[in-house]
Design a protein around this ligand. Structure first.
Ligand SMILES: *Cc1c(COP(=O)(O)O)cnc(C)c1O
Length: 397
């Protein structure tokens, strides 16, 4: 029971209190304090593509500095529409079916806030990106996790068949999916995509899909948007962002594509969160989207090489590496090396060898979830990954 307002102590509202401050702040501060190599937070070290930087500067200099239209700058809406069509064969009307947001984070928040009533259930994969649980709580909705499992024999993370179906009740409002998946690096395969689509269609559910790593998929695998599956386009909110594709995570320019009735829900929340997204950055992202592959193809190759180097280094000290099929991240299981939980291990690792990582437990709702798992980011300069591998190699568990 919540106490009356006048009787409550000052501070964080009860529905947000469980989330505390994110581990990323703590770990990044620890990295600075100890001079460690920071493979915790997922942001690149390079300054971002020159093409985007000069387009943003030019837009600012030209005076594009006032409120843009609420749905987004026309050039970016059109660029997103052209991108969805060229990449995935998905046609969206830029006037009614696309919304520019303050990063994918705001698109996800707006979808949950704008489409859910209090008490509605949101089914989501677990582990999950840390904002999902918090925004479901802000909406007064209920998080229903579906755990991904690691299949040792297949050597990959899997969505256990039937698990999604079993999580659906008459209160389910949204199915929130993320592929390529943070923190595991998993990419949903054809059977898993069909399972998600089957559940959504059978139960007439709305699917919200976070595809920010759509271009960062390795080893010849392909990202297939859930909206391309039969029956899905008209029940899916597809979310992506410039941050990961173009290595500009500080820009926070994202977008949602959805049929007009669903997009209206997303827009109704977005307009009272940030109202608009910075105009000059939208203009620059439109320039980037027109040459997507010139920017993402070299990035993908660099990331894959970094992943391989890091995976080898981590395996070399005896950790059980769970290789990444996409994204910025890979996970390791500590159990072959130590009985410590991930949080204890990550707090000790800077002093042991000068490397920072994050415990996967922060991506689970229940405190024991992902206990022995740790996530490492490989979206760093080659020299940084080499240094981390070197330091890990000098440490003996
Ligand atoms: C980084 C990330 C986001 C946030 O994207 P922004 O555009 O920076 O808001 C959303 N979802 C996942 C899975 C991410 O890893």
């Amino acid at each position: 029971m919540t106490l009356p307002a006048r009787d409550r102590p000052r501070g964080v509202a009860s529905r947000l209190a469980p989330f505390g401050t994110t581990i990323f702040a703590e770990m990044s501060a620890l990295a600075v304090a100890t001079g460690s190599v920071n493979l915790g937070q997922g942001f690149p070290e390079d300054p971002g593509p020159a093409l985007l930087r000069s387009a943003a500067s030019a837009a600012i200099e030209e005076g594009d500095n006032q409120y843009p239209p609420g749905i987004g700058v026309a050039a970016l809406l059109e660029a997103v529409a052209a991108h969805q069509l060229a990449e995935h064969g998905l046609a969206y009307d830029p006037a009614r079916e696309i919304l520019v947001t303050a990063g994918a984070t705001e698109a996800i928040a707006s979808a949950v806030l704008g489409l859910c009533e209090p008490g509605d259930e949101v089914v989501m994969l677990e582990p999950s990106y840390d904002s999902y649980a918090a925004v479901v709580a802000m909406a007064g909705a209920v998080r229903v996790p579906v755990r991904l499992a690691y299949d040792e024999a297949a050597g990959r993370w899997v969505l256990p068949p039937g698990a999604l179906e079993a999580a659906v009740t008459e209160r389910t409002r949204l199915v929130l999916v993320n592929s390529p998946h943070n923190p595991t690096g998993k990419v949903l395969d054809g059977d898993e995509r069909a399972e998600v689509a089957g559940v959504c269609c059978r139960h007439d559910l709305v699917c919200v899909t976070d595809e920010v790593y759509e271009h960062l998929v390795f080893d010849g695998r392909r990202h297939v948007p859930l909206a391309t599956l039969p029956g899905m386009r008209d029940r899916t909110v597809t979310i992506s962002s410039a941050g990961k594709s173009f290595s500009v995570t500080g820009w926070k320019v994202g977008w949602a594509c959805a049929p007009a009735d669903l997009l209206a829900g997303v827009r109704s929340a977005k307009q009272f969160l940030t109202y608009v997204t910075p105009a000059p950055l939208q203009r620059a992202v439109a320039v980037g989207l027109a040459v997507t592959h010139d920017l993402v193809d070299p990035l993908r190759d660099e990331l894959r090489a970094n992943r391989d180097l890091l995976a080898k280094g981590l395996a070399g000290v005896g950790l059980a590496v769970r290789d990444a099929e996409g994204t910025y991240f890979l996970t390791v299981d500590l159990s072959p090396v130590t009985g410590e939980d991930g949080a204890t291990f990550c707090r000790a690792l800077p002093a042991r060898c000068g490397v920072v990582a994050v415990p996967c437990s922060v991506f689970y709702g229940d405190p024991d979830g992902g206990r022995s798992l740790v996530r490492f980011a490989f979206c760093k300069r080659r020299a940084t990954i080499e240094e981390a591998v070197d330091r890990l190699g000098r440490w003996r568990p």
